[in-house]
Design a binder for this molecule. Structure first.
Ligand code: ATP
Ligand code: NAG
Ligand code: NAG
Ligand code: NAG
Ligand code: MG
Length: 710
């Protein structure tokens, strides 16, 4: 099994409850069949290590000479402890956060400002061959830029990693690199505008979560367009999957989108007075997390940054104020008090003198009493006849929150469109582009819902592209090296993806349930159990033992339990037509404009649920349709099995949580999980003999083949 005992190879790694892995020396030769190894651990203790089956043989240590290698694929033995150890050594001894793993650049989040991003460093990497330089984010950027200019091949840099591991920061460094090397001799404002889009997108799309103070709650793919001479001439971005639920709800210790706090912080500015803002404690939509301040950041100066960026992009201050007015209105909408009434609380009303409603209506230029009426009533068509029916307090609150989310979503889309027009090339169509994909990372929380489900599904798709791409390359390498590769394993995560998007899969059934008049989350999840547990057990699906309202998906990265509660609502994401009509009639031009286009253009062409539903209630479905996620389209666009692949080169960056970030949970389980996700490996069996993947105890879905440098 490749576990050969020689004098050269006497160091091994053994699992340790504290240090995760601890290195040890073998004190005696081991012969097959023996029940123990005699080891001396690096802390000096001597102990027997039981060997019941061959899989108990510990992973072998690498020769000292390979310590700190800048490409992990150069290690003789590539397994989890080797990866961890090598990254640690590079980080601690060489202060190097970057390491290659074949075609992938691994970036460790240092949680510290390092002096390695200055213009002199950019100059040093510019024009250099990747192989001659130490691994760096700039070397990946340079490689993409060079291939683009020399071979006229479009490029995409795909950045993935967990939440908080540094994807957005890495994306910004690549953009800065292109702005410098692709800047015209005569400094133009294009590069400046491309960079200025970042603070704006961060203000409206980032929020504090328990994992990251600056967490992107949307995915972003930006294509930077270059002219014939390799200079930037424009850019275009696409966003997907904005987490709209955050606008009305934040979990403990989390915040709403930064922009709301930035505005609240500016409440005393003369120009902001008319917005009637207050401290974030005073708004339902900004205070639910309980912590309004992020240590080390200043919302007021961040607002200045946001405003400057808008100005650079040509959004003038009166238009900015329009935007801020709508954002403030959302906060006031959240404070509108809805009272329950009626014998069974089956009705609701809003006080005629509700102050928040008055401010909301004034800011948006709409009729307050109409708004109040249609929040608390609904129009129905029964047998061709129109009826107006009162709704319960709970339903009215849901309508209010849905409206807030919808307004924010429209504002977000509008902003992206506005930025895109400001970034559009003035000098004709770009000859080539470099795309940068900052997908938000796989995430699991204590409680996971629809949002996590969508994010993790997108990550699953990304992983598949990654697997296939690497496998593809490896095949070529083996053919070139004339290695026998019959035993290379390739496991795809297609099974898990089919579970989600296939026929009778999770989305299919969710869709169907949404179409049922009496559909419910519970009945959906029961159908999932019926289909994927009872009738045909799916290897990537489980029912939790203790719950009838949750389901477990075995993703490539981790097992995640999702609570089914509100999946249907979030999938439908309904706003009622009457409310939209009120907004359409707004005196504010921007407000009216936002609601003219009723359906978010990025999701207009839904595949599964396009119309054809006999709604008895008058509502609009405005949410994204999971089956039509634009991220999925982007990823399939770059599928290696698509001829586009011949034209687009992929560059991968994997970001990894910092090793040392004041983590009290030592050993950091998160890091370990991350490393397991980053370096799932299998090996060819010959030549030379190496430990086999089975020994690494990696679930099948995790196995990818990696290039071995010979
Ligand atoms: N190269 C780096 N140098 C210094 N600090 C970094 C670096 N990369 C990341 N950080 C720190 O880590 C924080 C989180 O990084 P970032 O916001 O890029 O994570 P992310 O992967 O985009 O997470 P999410 O998926 O939540 O958006 C940053 O705010 C920054 O403080
Ligand atoms: C988010 O990151 C930017 C830098 O990229 C920083 O200026 C800003 O203060 C951060 N915001 C928060 C709330 O951490
Ligand atoms: C690269 O992208 C540009 C802009 O989309 C396109 O016009 C061009 O044909 C592409 N180049 C190649 C080689 O595919
Ligand atoms: C939707 O599809 C139609 C035809 O298939 C196309 O013309 C239109 O541009 C698409 N809309 C969007 C927003 O993609
Ligand atoms: Mg991010």
């Amino acid at each position: 099994r490749g576990w050969i005992m020689t004098n050269l190879c006497t160091s091994v790694w053994v699992p340790d409850p504290d240090a995760v892995w601890i290195s040890a020396q073998l004190l005696h030769d081991y012969n097959p069949g023996e029940k123990h190894l005699l080891l001396q651990l690096s802390d000096g203790t001597v102990r027997f290590h039981p060997v019941v089956s061959p899989s108990d043989l510990p992973p072998l240590g690498n020769p000292d000479i390979l310590e700190g290698e800048n490409d992990l694929t150069a290690l003789s033995f590539l397994h989890e402890p080797a990866v961890l150890h090598n990254l640690r050594i590079r980080f601690l001894d060489y202060s190097s956060i970057y390491t290659y793993c074949g075609i992938v650049l691994v970036a460790i989040n240092p949680y510290d400002q390092l002096p390695i991003y200055g213009e002199e460093v950019i100059d040093a990497y510019s024009g250099q061959d990747m192989a001659d330089m130490e691994p760096h984010i700039f070397s990946v950027a340079e490689e993409a830029y060079r291939t683009m200019t020399r071979e006229e091949k479009n490029q995409s840099i795909i950045i993935s990693g967990e939440s908080g591991s540094g994807k957005t920061v890495s994306a910004k460094f690549t953009m800065r690199y292109f702005a410098v090397v692709g800047g015209a001799a005569q400094q133009t404002s294009v590069e400046e505008r491309v960079l200025a889009s970042n603070p704006i997108m961060e203000a409206i799309g980032n929020a504090k979560t328990t994992r990251n103070d600056n967490s992107s709650r949307f995915g972003k793919y930006i294509e930077i367009g270059f002219g014939r001479k390799g200079n930037i001439i424009g850019a275009n971005m696409r966003t997907y999957l904005l987490e709209k639920s955050r606008v009305v709800f934040q979990a403990s210790a989390e915040r709403n989108y930064h922009i709301f706090y930035q505005l609240c912080a500016s409440r005393d500015f003369p120009e902001m007075r008319s917005l009637k803002l207050a401290a974030p404690e005073n708004f339902r939509y900004t205070s639910q997390g309980g912590e309004m301040q992020i240590p080390g950041t200043d919302d007021l100066s961040d607002l200045e940054r946001t405003r400057n960026a808008f100005t650079i992009l040509g959004v003038q201050s009166d238009q900015q104020m329009e935007l801020f007015r709508i954002l403030a209105a959302i906060l006031h909408l959240g404070n509108v008090n809805i009272q329950a009434s009626g014998r069974n609380s089956d009705r609701s009303y809003i006080d005629a003198d509700d102050g928040s409603l008055a401010v909301f209506s004034k800011l948006l230029g709409v009729e307050g009493p109409q708004m109040a009426h249609w929040l608390c009533h609904r129009r129905l068509t029964v047998g061709g006849e129109m009826l107006v029916k009162p709704v319960s307090g709970q339903q009215a609150v849901e309508a209010r929150d849905a409206l807030a989310k919808h307004i924010y979503g429209q504002l977000f889309t509008w902003t992206v469109q506005t930025l895109n027009s400001a970034l559009r090339s003035q000098r004709g169509k770009p000859t080539s582009f470099i795309g940068v994909l900052d997908i938000y990372g796989f995430e699991t929380f204590d409680r996971n819902s629809f949002e996590q489900f969508c994010i993790n599904y997108a990550n699953e798709k990304l992983q598949q592209q990654f697997n296939r791409h690497v496998f593809h390359l490896e095949q070529e390498e083996y053919v070139r090296e004339e290695l026998e590769w019959s035993r290379i394993e390739f496991s795809d995560n297609q099974q898990c993806i089919s579970l989600i998007e296939g026929q009778l899969g999770l989305l299919d059934l969710l869709d169907e349930e949404c179409r049922m008049p009496k559909g419910s989350d519970e009945s959906w999840v029961r159908k999932l159990y019926d289909q994927h547990v009872s009738s045909k057990p799916h290897p990537h699906f489980r029912k939790p033992r203790m719950s009838n309202s949750a389901f477990i998906v075995l993703h490539f990265a981790d097992m995640v339990q999702y609570e089914c509660d509100s999946f249907l609502d979030k999938n439908r994401d309904t706003v009622f037509e009457e409310l939209i009509n009120i907004l359409k009639a707004s005196q504010s031009e921007l407000v009216a404009e936002l609601f003219q286009q009723q359906v978010n253009p990025s999701v207009a062409n839904g595949s599964l649920r396009s119309g054809k539903r006999a709604h008895r209630e008058h509502k609009l479905t405005v949410g994204f349709q999971v089956s039509d996620l634009s991220i999925v389209k982007i990823l399939t666009l770059y599928s290696p099995h698509n001829n586009l692949d011949e034209r687009v080169t992929l560059n991968f960056i994997r970001t990894v949580q910092g090793l040392l970030k004041d983590r009290t949970d030592s050993p950091p389980p998160q890091l370990l999980m991350d490393v397991r996700r980053v370096f799932p490996v299998t090996f060819p069996s010959s030549p030379p003999p190496l430990p086999h993947a089975d020994q690494l105890d990696i679930p099948d879905a995790l196995k990818i083949s990696f290039l071995r440098k010979v």
